[in-house]
Design a protein around this ligand. Sequence first.
Ligand code: ZN
Ligand code: ZN
Length: 259
Amino acid sequence: MKQRDIFIVSQDGLNPEVNQIAVEAISELMACFPSYKNDYPITNLGAWKDDGYIYPKNGQFYLVPYKSTRWHIENAKRDAVNDGRPNQLNASTLFQTMQEDPTNQEIPQFTILLTKDDLYPNRQMNYCLGMGDEGIGCIVSARRFSDANGNLIDRENFKTVLMHEFGHVIGLTYEGRENSADIYGTHCTDEDGLCIMQQRSNGDFSDITQARLGAKAYGIPPICNDCIKAGNQFFAKERQQANVNKIVQETLKNLGIRR
Ligand SMILES: [Zn+2]
Ligand SMILES: [Zn+2]
């Protein structure tokens, strides 16, 4: 039974190839969870726009809050401009509006937002590649993996980072897990050095990418056994919760109570 959609959305002007590669990357990670992957269909929505996403006022058009990816981006851009960083997006603002988005409440989903602009998490830090949180979604920028024309030139490292951020969304490195350490958030300390859920504080994931590709050639998954176990626990909990909700709904219905 379907639990949630995985929606991939993107900033206007992002090379559509990036979305395609994102679908590949997420499929590759979800393949590590054969009992659950069919419950989470992946859909590429591109630069998403809902009906009525703009409204006219005084002869101009304005974006309706939460009704398009563009609104989220422009809102985060405004904060970046205020922070004196007009060429970046404030990732914390972006993540916050994504989390509050009423559509996210109505349609159970994990959102993956891809940007062409560079991201920064707060005023203290220069940049970040992405940001993600358990049960909600993640944002990843293609900027540092692309050339000046927006063509993705560092495709495999981009895939690693995207899979890593989405790994946080599906709870692979929850706090207090065994073989984990807090390095800018909880990360895997896989002793074999293969797992993509390891942290690279300098933003250079190329050794992990090499390990991932090497493992892939032998049919070895991109995450370690601890991460696979954590993901299976996460998905089992979601399924259990859905069953409880269903029983509650049916009981209320049988009692003639609507809610
Ligand atoms: Zn991380
Ligand atoms: Zn791991």
